[in-house]
Ligand binder design. Structure first.
Ligand code: F6R
Length: 605
């Protein structure tokens, strides 16, 4: 999704801006641009291609300067084109980049057009540049503070002005923005990762903050216009451009990193204790009587799996809500509920807004399961469990999902313990199983050659059904999402018992039906559902396990996972579905790590 980098320095900042954009590339974008203050003028270069193209363009023109801003754009208002790419200019005086969505842009556009401003793009962003210009009377910081009061929606912006060569002003509301503090130079970015290698001294701006960056100065005011000090933290941000090593794609690398990622996520777990989730967890877990999980996409499926675990092990009722729906729904708040957000990035706009909504409704006990320790989600929740998946570059979430599952299983056990529903023997058994997970996952990864053979058949299909039951229904949903997002094959998941209530009408010999079939309590029911598919000519592709007793026959293809893994089986059964999606996409020649229309970190509504 969109990314921002900006700098005010006493050296040529073009390489810093371009490097910053490269580090943000993995988030997904469709155009990019840089603007600099050059000899008393604004100059820019924009491209609808990759950042390397932009760099080549800049190398040719020799664009260089001490003050400037840069952007990767993921289109929301207006097609990806050079004219819509940021930075946007107003009257050759103001240059601006923006992440987020301005909801009252039409009203502002009308007002500013009447005031004589000519619009050159279809974006909502351009209104901010013109608005700031309109309010500019020699002090950019002042003009930005006035302008943001007129904006509704979500934004993070970075702006500079032709008439103030050593100043960049930033502001945020609803979209992340950080400041990088240097020596005699200062930086701004949407993510600390953009500044890795430039500075590790980071300030996380808060909602409504406006920042004035000059060479020796970093001045922040809050949403009331009051001067505030924000803590400078030392952040060792990783580069988004981690080495690929022997892998063809980041997604493949990240699938194969899962044994390590799970081991790291569970590293400090020697026994079950609420304190794993934070100092205050004991008191909070004791007090709560239910759980509300809020998340989007893959993280939502992790939440659905957690519902099964928490209800069956801890016997606490759980609701799981899609964040973008929950935030706009009239729901009945329960102040004794534990609100759990799940997010890889910790910056997903819908999940953050849902969290805020829950809090505004009086639900104050909040916990996040998140992969980014410095993210807004972690900063805003009372309790946190950091998954140690490491930087996930591929747009399709893989290791983030399985590490979320590991953390959520721990949550179920911790809640069970507090509620007196976990004895020592059960605890020891669960810990042993969790410790063995990395080895068990490695054994599943070794099934890759068999899965490649299936993927070659899938590559020719346009539709697929995924079936699971109980604990494995969310895993079937995750498998379908993975296949559709990277191979562009239409895939849907159903709880297998639902087939006869409608989707069975779709089943023909052209329809591959992927079935998640470990030997759990519903296996016999699932086998009956499989017969319903076979009777209609559907081809079954079954991921069984050591104990499932399903044998291959005509129209029934079986890959057997080496172990039966009980309650933790969803983690193991996710792996072959990821590999199936990956190899199918590879066979179809899609851009696996950057699938069309998608972004890694969804920071707009
Ligand atoms: C799918 C995928 C997305 C994310 C969703 C939430 O592979 O990655 O569905 O899971 O956008 O993102 P986070 O977890 O960062 O809140």
């Amino acid at each position: 999704m969109c990314g921002i980098v900006g700098a005010v320095a006493q050296r040529n900042i073009t390489p810093i801006l371009l490097e910053g954009l490269k580090r943000l590339e993995y988030r997904g974008y469709d155009s990019c641009g840089v603007a600099l203050h050059v000899d008393g003028k604004l100059q820019r270069s924009r491209s609808t291609s990759r950042v390397t193209e932009l760099q080549a363009q800049i190398d040719q023109t020799g664009l260089a300067g001490f003050t400037g801003i840069a952007h990767t754009r993921w289109a929301t208002h207006g097609v990806p084109s050079s004219a819509n790419a940021h930075p946007h200019f107003s009257r050759e005086r103001i240059a601006l980049v923006h992440n987020g969505i301005i909801e009252n842009h039409e009203e502002l556009r009308t007002e500013l057009s009447t005031a004589g401003y000519i619009f050159e793009s279809q974006t909502d962003t351009e209104v901010i540049a013109h608005l700031i210009d309109h309010l500019y009377h020699g002090d950019l910081f002042e003009a930005v503070q006035q302008a943001v009061k007129r904006l509704s929606g979500a934004f993070a912006i970075a702006v500079f002005c032709r008439d103030e060569p050593h100043r960049v002003v930033g502001a945020r509301l609803g979209s992340p923005l950080i400041v990088g503090v240097g020596k005699g130079e200062n930086f701004i970015a949407s993510d600390a990762m953009a500044l890795a290698g430039t500075t590790d001294q980071i300030i996380y701006l808060e909602e409504g903050d406006v920042v004035d960056l000059q060479l020796q100065k970093c001045w922040i005011v809050d949403n009331q216009g009051k001067s505030v000090q924000r803590e400078i933290r030392t952040v060792h941000a990783h580069s988004g451009a981690a080495e690929l090593g022997p892998y063809r794609h980041y997604m493949q690398k990240e699938i194969f990193e899962q044994p390590r990622a799970i081991a790291d996520t569970l590293e400090n777990v020697t026994n079950i204790m609420p304190e794993l989730f934070g100092d205050k967890a004991y008191g909070i877990f004791k007090e709560i009587d239910s759980v509300l999980i809020l998340a989007c996409g893959t993280s939502y499926y992790a939440g659905l799996t957690a519902k099964y675990w928490i209800e069956s092990i801890a016997k606490i009722p759980v609701n799981v809500e899609i964040a973008s729906e929950y935030r706009y729904r009239d729901s009945v708040p329960n102040p004794k509920s534990l609100v759990v957000t799940i997010s890889q990035s910790g910056e997903t706009a819908d999940t953050l807004a849902a969290l805020k909504h829950a809090r505004n409704q009086g639900m104050l006990h909040t916990l996040t399961v998140c992969n980014v320790a410095t993210s807004a989600m972690v900063r805003e929740c009372e309790l946190a469990y950091i998954t140690h998946a490491g930087v996930e570059v591929g747009v399709a979430s893989t290791k983030a999902f399985t590490t979320q599952l590991a953390a959520l299983f721990l949550l179920a056990l911790s809640l069970a313990q507090i509620k007196g529903r976990l004895n020592d023997e059960q605890e020891a058994g669960h810990i042993k199983a969790m410790r063995h997970l990395p080895v068990a996952i490695s054994a599943v990864l070794a099934l890759e050659p068999q899965i490649i053979a299936w993927a070659e058949q899938f590559a020719a299909k346009e539709n697929a059904l995924f079936l699971g039951r109980g604990l494995h229904y969310p895993i079937a949903m995750e498998g379908a999402l993975k296949l559709k997002e990277i191979s562009y094959i239409h895939a849907e998941a159903y709880p297998a018992g639902e087939l006869k209530h409608g989707p069975l009408a779709l089943v023909t010999k052209e329809m591959p039906v992927v079935t998640v079939a470990p030997n759990d309590t519903l296996i016999e029911k699932l086998k009956s559902n499989m017969q319903e598919v076979r009777a209609r000519g559907g081809e079954l592709y079954v991921f069984a396990d050591a104990d499932s007793h399903i044998t291959a026959s005509e129209g029934i293809h079986v890959i057997r996972l080496p172990e039966h893994y009980g309650l933790l089986s969803p983690i193991l059964h996710t792996i072959p579905l990821q590999l199936l999606a990956y190899h199918t996409a590879l066979a179809r020649g899609t851009d696996v790590d950057k699938p069309r229309n998608l972004a890694k970190s969804v920071t707009v509504e």
